[in-house]
Ligand binder design. Structure first.
Ligand SMILES: *[C@@H]1O[C@H](CO)[C@@H](O)[C@H](O)[C@H]1NC(C)=O
Ligand SMILES: *[C@@H]1O[C@H](CO)[C@@H](O)[C@H](O)[C@H]1NC(C)=O
Ligand SMILES: *[C@@H]1O[C@H](CO)[C@@H](O)[C@H](O)[C@H]1NC(C)=O
Ligand SMILES: *[C@@H]1O[C@H](CO)[C@@H](O)[C@H](O)[C@H]1NC(C)=O
Length: 492
């Protein structure tokens, strides 16, 4: 809504000042010799049309199409004042204006666009702050690409071989050249060199409207590093056969090329020509490409004791050396430990169950509650333990039991089993001594004579139970006696 008054105000201002000439395009880049159409339009019929191109002002007549700059459009009666520039000239770089008569008054109206006459830049330059020809792995590398004297400024992109480089590219800086309208662009690249960069071409590519194709400047990267192995851990050569030729091959990476020597017991074996009669032959490291080398030791006949030995491979180049222990095995290479999805699911489920069990126990322990033991046992205390003096131990015999209601009995039996489980757990859990445990020996002594009963239910009405209304009061312990006669056992 606020737009409307603003628009209206602008329109009013435009009418008052007479600035209603619409020009397209507002900017254009053309090569020398190219064609360009600039279109101006006013919302009323006009009777004349002029265009200023470079130092000249051209009068454009729809009937005259012979000049370098001629009329273009549907006609003056539609308010159209367009110019066709047949061949753009170098010196026309700059502003182009159209001039039309006003709707009223006598001041002519103009509109201006900007033509950039493209001029190809000079050869791009790749500048590095060091003159060293090779780098070490991990070196910080900085390069600057400069593409001078373009109009407009050239566009710069970076490649590593064919791969576009996007990381480590700094902001491009465009500087005008003093005393001309040409522009020089420069862009920096920084990179931590890796072994993979070795041998690759770092390319700075300049692209420009005035160039038929991109112009490249490149530099080959040389990155050196000491020998290393890609895989960590013990090297074991599998599948060797006693009595047959054995090939111990280890793949290492190094730049420059490594030299290798093997230590077999007291013997040091280095590659040397024409040593084919020897029992142990070391081969020259063989380049596999990308800085990887195959280093091989050949045992003409693998003996039993060879398999028990440890072979030491020493690989070195100008930057360092590395020693690897190589063991042999007559077994086939074991397949990697691959777990099927079923096995993984099984492990996950097992772990989950374990976690749930542990957390349940911890929770029960923390709240001092074993399942539904809490509230029910209090009732039970009322039933059976009210008359009992605090701290006394009442022993409930299995058979026959004291006179009680049958439902209480069965409930008590269930509870006792649960409580017994709890008591056992408590005995296992590393908390302070349990009351059941404390009193259990007494109970045991009392019942020692009764050999027929194997299970004794002990209800412990504790002193604090009576004093404090919400008691972790009654506890049941299942006391299982070790019996002389196993047949007498009545446990379920
Ligand atoms: C070109 O036109 C712009 C406005 O559109 C003006 O600022 C600039 O000074 C002009 N340049 C020349 C060389 O006339
Ligand atoms: C680019 O690197 C040159 C030196 O190589 C340095 O002078 C210049 O400040 C750097 N420019 C940017 C934008 O990092
Ligand atoms: C030895 O060469 C074989 C291929 O011939 C290759 O599979 C194996 O990985 C190499 N052993 C080592 C330790 O590089
Ligand atoms: C390494 O060289 C040995 C001996 O020439 C060959 O048996 C083995 O296959 C080669 N290993 C690789 C990975 O090229």
């Amino acid at each position: 809504m606020a737009v409307f008054p603003a628009l209206f105000g602008f329109f009013l201002l435009a009418v008052v000042k007479g600035q209603v000439v619409d020009i397209t395009p507002r900017e254009a880049v053309r090569r020398v010799g190219d064609e360009l159409i600039v279109q101006c339009k006013v919302p009323y019929p006009i009777d004349s049309c002029r265009m200023t191109v470079g130092p000249n002002s051209y009068r454009l007549l729809p009937t005259n199409q012979d000049e370098e700059v001629v009329y273009s459009g549907n006609g003056l009666q539609f308010g159209e004042c367009g110019g066709l520039i047949k061949h753009v000239r170098e010196e026309w770089n700059g502003n182009i204006s159209c001039v039309v008569p006003p709707q009223s008054g006598s001041i002519e109206l103009t509109a201006t666009m900007q033509l950039t006459v493209a001029r190809p830049p000079l050869q791009p330059l790749l500048i590095t702050d060091t003159h060293q020809s090779s780098f070490k792995e991990g070196d910080y590398f900085m390069a600057q690409c400069v593409v001078p004297s373009g109009r407009p400024a050239a566009k710069v992109t970076w490649y590593l071989d064919d791969e576009p480089l996007l990381e480590g590219i700094h902001q491009a800086v465009i500087r005008p050249e003093p005393g001309s309208d040409l522009k020089t662009i420069s862009q920096n690249l920084s990179r931590t060199l890796s072994a993979d960069d070795n041998g690759k071409r770092l390319i700075c590519r300049a692209e420009h409207e005035a160039l038929d194709g991109p112009k490249d400047v490149a530099r080959q990267l040389v990155v050196e590093y000491p020998p290393k192995r890609m895989e960590a851990g013990q090297i074991t050569i599998f599948g060797l056969k006693i009595g047959e030729e054995g090939r111990l091959n280890v793949t290492v990476r190094a730049n420059p090329a490594p030299t290798a020597s093997w230590t077999v017991g007291d013997l040091v074996v280095s590659p040397r020509p024409a040593a084919d009669d020897a029992a142990v032959v070391a081969l020259e490291p063989e380049h596999l490409g990308g800085g990887y080398y195959n280093v091989t030791l050949i045992l003409q006949r693998v003996a039993k004791e060879d398999v028990d030995r440890t072979y030491y491979l020493r690989v070195s180049n100008e930057l360092g050396q590395e020693e690897f222990a190589v063991r042999l095995s007559t077994m086939d290479e074991p397949a990697g430990v691959e777990l099927g999805s079923g096995a993984i699911a099984g492990i996950v489920v097992a772990v989950l169950i374990l976690l749930i069990a542990v957390s349940l126990i911890v929770f029960a322990k923390a709240t001092d509650r074993w399942c539904f033991g809490g509230s029910r046992s209090r009732d039970h205390t009322k039933n059976s333990g009210e008359s009992t003096p605090a701290g006394d131990v009442l022993i409930e015999r299995g058979i026959p039991r004291p006179s009680r209601t049958s439902d209480t009995e069965s409930a008590a039996g269930q509870r006792s089993r649960l409580a017994a489980l709890g008591a056992r757990m408590r005995a296992v859990l590393p908390r302070s001594k349990d009351k059941v445990q404390d009193t259990a020996p007494e109970t045991r002594d009392e019942e020692q004579g009764d050999e027929k009963k194997s299970v004794v239910y002990a209800e412990l009405a504790l002193s604090e139970t009576v004093e404090k209304p919400p008691p972790p009061a009654t506890e049941y312990a299942e006391i299982v006696y070790t019996q002389q006669q196993p047949a007498a056992e009545t446990k379920e």
